[in-house]
Ligand binder design. Structure first.
Ligand code: PMP
Length: 432
């Protein structure tokens, strides 16, 4: 047994590529020793030495109920004993799809996948099949997964500017246009370039991958109108936002209906489970009804689906959102005060259980250019100062702070103290 993160990481580097299964986990944006986690419990992460951290990384979003919530974990042996994966349709996935459609009526038909990446890839393929066209418009700073087209100019943890050397064929770029989020004039420029080739616009309706970014009034409706005027579709990527922003997701909150939607993360209660779906005429393109193929050995497996039911059981039965929202609002208000006391003009954003601020003075982030203007050195120093004080943040300024149902008022108070101490510490280092 190794009780020290750096020794474990040395072992990791010797056998896992780069020591990680996902590059952001290496902390490449903040330097220093990557965080190694031994276990999680509720709102807390523990390192291999047994030290406790208040966790705002929350596995990049899925853990709305925190780590290991008993409502999700109790009695799982019986579920496994009945079969973890079948390779056949089963009733539980039908019921789960019906339940999802109750909350997201735009998902008239859906197909389960294992990861969010597969869900978005499936939605893009079926949109192409339906329209008979190839081109996709997406937005800089929106992250949709790790498949070829999605990675180019993505935000969050992705760093793939050099397609040629990144294993992404140049040909992919022919069918891709990237526009500035919240900028319909830039969308029009990109659409003009694509001419009549547009199959779909894919967008995070509220962005969680360049910090928290809200769509400007009229932006999403403008995308839908422009896509439909060209006979193309709109895909809302709600992999982060569905269930984070309530049972009706971002689309319910904003009153905008896409043709296709992707969901994931929270849906599986920590297990891999995602889905894409939408208009039944579009989804009818999928085999066996139509020619377009997507599938997967573990897609809709009964174990993950059982977790999905448990997540919905929990969220439908209890009103958890108001309490999380109130706690996150208090955290955001306290951060605003701390920043004001130090004459730091950073915008602090809060929505539901998300809190976010960047080391950049001025108004909130509207697009990826704003996001990239944030001070990376200051954030890196802040990340490490917070970790020393027992707070685990995502090691990238493009991520947000996720609260869960398990974060308490005392956790928020401890976090505020740690932020005050960290801001003072990095100011003493001349960072801010
Ligand atoms: N879409 C969005 C909006 C995401 O945030 C992510 C993951 N961060 C994905 C898709 C990809 O999901 P996965 O990592 O499960 O493949």
């Amino acid at each position: 047994m190794i009780a020290n993160g750096s020794a474990i990481f040395a072992r990791a580097r010797a056998v896992l590529a780069g020591g990680v299964d996902s590059p952001v986990r290496s902390g490449w944006a903040v330097g220093g020793e990557p965080f190694v986690q031994a276990r999680g419990a509720g709102a807390y992460a523990y390192d291999p030495a047994g030290r406790r951290y208040i966790d705002y990384l929350m596995a990049y979003g899925p853990l709305l109920l925190g780590h290991g919530h008993p409502a999700l974990t109790q009695g799982l042996e019986a579920v496994l004993a009945a079969g973890a994966v079948f390779g056949s349709t089963h009733e539980s996935e039908i019921t789960l799809a019906e339940r999802i459609r109750t909350h997201l009526p735009s998902m008239e038909r859906l197909r389960f996948t294992t990861t969010g990446s597969e869900a978005v890839a499936g939605a893009i393929r079926v949109a192409r099949a339906f329209t008979g066209r190839d081109a996709i418009l997406k937005f800089a700073g929106n992250y949709h997964g790790h498949f070829d087209l999605a990675l180019l100019d993505a935000g969050a943890s992705a760093h793939t500017s050099d397609a040629a050397r990144s294993g992404i064929p140049r040909s992919v770029t022919r069918d891709l246009a990237v526009a500035r989020y919240n900028d319909l004039a830039d969308v029009d420029r990109a659409l003009d370039d694509l001419g009549d080739r547009l199959a779909a616009i894919v967008v995070e309706p509220i962005v969680g991958n360049m910090g928290l970014v809200f769509p400007r009034e009229g932006f999403l409706a403008g995308l839908i109108a422009r896509a439909h005027a060209r006979g193309a579709l709109v895909i809302f990527d709600e992999v982060i936002t569905w269930l984070r922003f309530g049972l009706a997701g971002a689309q319910g909150r904003l009153g905008c209906t896409p043709d296709l939607t992707t969901i994931g993360k929270i849906l599986g209660g920590g297990l891999p489970l995602a889905a894409f779906g939408g208009r039944s005429d579009v989804m009818a393109m999928l085999a066996p009804d139509g020619p377009c193929f997507t599938g997967g050995t573990h897609a809709g497996n009964p174990f993950s689906v059982a977790l999905g039911h448990r997540v919905l059981d929990f969220l439908e039965a209890r009103s958890v959102y108001a309490a999380m929202n109130a706690r996150a609002m208090r955290l955001a208000a306290a951060i605003r005060e701390l920043l004001a006391e130090r004459s730091l003009d950073y915008a602090v954003l809060h929505a539901e259980s998300i809190v976010d601020f960047k080391f950049r003075p001025g108004p909130p982030t509207m697009n990826y250019d704003d996001a990239r203007a944030a001070d990376k050195r200051a954030f890196a120093a802040f990340y490490h100062a917070m970790r020393e004080r027992g707070i685990l943040l995502a090691p990238s300024q493009n991520e947000v702070m996720f609260l869960s149902t398990e974060h308490t008022d005392a956790d928020v108070e401890a976090t505020v103290l740690a932020i005050a101490g960290s801001l003072d510490a990095i100011r003493a280092q001349g960072m801010i």
